[in-house]
Design a protein around this ligand. Sequence first.
Ligand SMILES: C=CC1=C(C)c2cc3[nH]c(cc4nc(cc5[nH]c(cc1n2)c(C)c5CCC(=O)O)C(CCC(=O)O)=C4C)c(C)c3C=C
Ligand SMILES: [Fe+2]
Length: 488
Amino acid sequence: MDATGALPQTKLSASNHDFSRSFPRARSVVSVARRSSVAFQQPDKLRSRELLVVSSSNSANKGMAASGGSYLSGPVLKRNPVGQAVFAASVVGVGPYCEGFVDSHLHVTEEKVGVLLLNLGGPETLNDVQPFLYNLFADPDIIRLPRPFQFLQKPLAKLISVLRAPKSKEGYASIGGGSPLRKITDEQADGIKMALESKGLTANIYIGMRYWYPFTEEAILQIKKDKITKLVVLPLYPQFSISTTGSSLRVLQNIFSEDAYLSRLPIAIIQSWYQREGYIKSMADLIGEELQKFAKPEEVMIFFSAHGVPLTYVEDAGDPYKDQMEDCIYLIMQELKARGSYNDHTLAYQSRVGPVQWLKPYTDEVLVELGQKGVKSLLAVPVSFVSEHIETLEEIDMEYKELALESGIENWGRVPALGCTSSFITDLADAVIEALPSAKSLSTTRSSSEEADHDFLSYAIKMIFGSVLAFVLLLSPKVITAFRNRLF
Ligand SMILES: C=CC1=C(C)c2cc3[nH]c(cc4nc(cc5[nH]c(cc1n2)c(C)c5CCC(=O)O)C(CCC(=O)O)=C4C)c(C)c3C=C
Ligand SMILES: [Fe+2]
């Protein structure tokens, strides 16, 4: 932290615009996870047999990689010559309950599984608001300056954070003086730990926030101290966006690539999980419950409101966020239909910041339109985030509700964020267990560096054109006025 309370930025790599390319294996994690929803091999049966341990030889690992991470054709099982000392329940290689392995010299080593939950973080007091905003705006995945202007990132972050702080503070003051995010994430972490334990996996759970305590950097230090031997990274965002999961993964990439221990640590990254059955069903449960609170549930318009991103993220940078969001809504609506609910629904994007265009339609505009069209009952569903936070508690519950009622909507409801809903937490635990066998160290994924170099060239060309455009735009008085109106 510097004097402003801001987190020192980690060094950026040349491939910083697209972390997922540097982790080509990570892309397949979700699909592997889905394919391998085959149950876990019954640990109890194995417990009663002779002890089995896995050879951690490279050939076994290669076999696993070649098979797309499927643990059924993965590591070679061996009888353990030093069995008595090993973990009786070890089912490594036939299931995800990785508890122990034998290294190439037949030393018994304990597998220590870690789960790193990535989240945004939020100011805990009103004094935290400005430094929190500084950290957010200093993130090159939040304000994407063309490369030649990146030296302006921190001064700009300082300026915007100072100017925006009063408005943000008002918002945080109205929800009790700070963000509830840390408390809720702590509870989710405890829930996941317990759910994993009930499924036979003991794991340390770490929380890594991007913009406030406990910072991702702190979590990684702890992971090192604890000598974790396998790590699953689980962002608490159902859908992937460059601005959220992408940004957090880039922090990880920067730290991991410069640390010998971390670059060898087998790691599985769950990049998005909105399509998991457990998540979709949990969302449908919550929506179904709230619908029942209306006098005529079938007449209620289901209004999905997602956090927006600037349009350029999707159109120029290839952010999959919009596609994933639409897919997510489709899956939730399918689930509701399967349960006999055929409500109308719509999706809009909220919380835009700054003078640029964001994903449309905008939540506030759609609410007004719906009211004018005669919609009388509306159920707001926050869908891009799984905890209550300022944008549910203040923006939706206060601002949008007021706007909706003013616009002619008479019956308003809001679905709570998933928080610690047990079916949801259980599903996240399942996601961890399913991802574990595909954990692979960063050092073995280095072959992607050539790809990154190539990307860098095309990125540099785009940035040169982008910088000229941005320069012209930044000097335009109209833009400056718009900026002032929107931000401050
Ligand atoms: C999927 C969720 C989120 C996306 C996408 C996202 C993008 C994004 N956000 C900003 C600017 C701000 N976000 C702020 C708070 C905030 N953002 C998210 C989630 C997403 N952001 C959450 C959960 C929170 C709240 C945390 C809390 O304290 O409860 C804020 C601060 C609040 C405010 O002043 O309005 C800003 C600013 C941008 C620019 C962006 C994409 C580029
Ligand atoms: Fe945000």
